[in-house]
Design a protein around this ligand. Structure first.
Ligand code: HEM
Length: 90
C-alpha cells in the first residue's frame, strides 16, 4: 500500500478514452500512461495510437512495434499502476 503511484482500476481506465474532455489513458506492461500529450508525436498517427485508448494496449503495441521503448518515451506520462477492481476501495 505504500506506493507513490495512483492505483488505476479497469473501470477508471474505461472512462479515459480521450473523448468528452478527458485525456486518453492506456496500459502497457501493467503501467498506466496518459497518451494524450504524446499523440501528436506518434509516428503511426493519432487514430492508430487511440486504438489503445481506454483499454490495455499491451498486446496491440507488441503486435506493431515490440522494439519501441515506451517506458523511456512515456516516462513523463506515467499515471500509475493497473490494479484489479477490488483494490479500488481501501
Ligand atoms: C510507429 C511509438 C502505440 C501503431 C511508432 C514508432 C514509435 C511509436 C516510436 C516508430 C517506430 C519505428 O519506426 O521503428 C508508440 C508509443 C506508443 C504507441 C510510445 C504508446 C502507446 C501504438 C499503438 C498503435 C501503434 C497502440 C496501434 C495499433 C503504430 C504504427 C506505426 C507506429 C502503425 C508505424 C508507422 C509507420 O511507420 O508508418 N510508434 N506507439 N502505436 N505505431 Fe506506435
Amino acid at each position: 500500500r505504500d506506493s507513490p503511484y495512483l492505483r488505476v482500476t479497469p473501470s477508471m481506465l474505461r472512462r479515459q478514452t480521450g473523448r468528452r474532455g478527458k485525456d486518453a489513458w492506456t496500459v502497457l506492461g501493467g503501467k498506466v500512461y496518459n497518451i494524450s500529450p504524446y499523440a501528436k508525436f506518434h509516428p503511426g498517427g493519432v487514430p492508430e495510437l487511440m486504438r489503445a485508448a481506454g483499454r490495455d494496449g499491451t498486446r496491440l503495441f507488441g503486435e506493431v512495434h515490440p522494439w519501441v521503448n515506451y517506458e523511456g518515451m512515456l516516462a513523463a506520462c506515467l499515471v500509475g499502476i493497473f490494479v484489479a477492481e477490488e483494490d479500488e476501495v481501501v
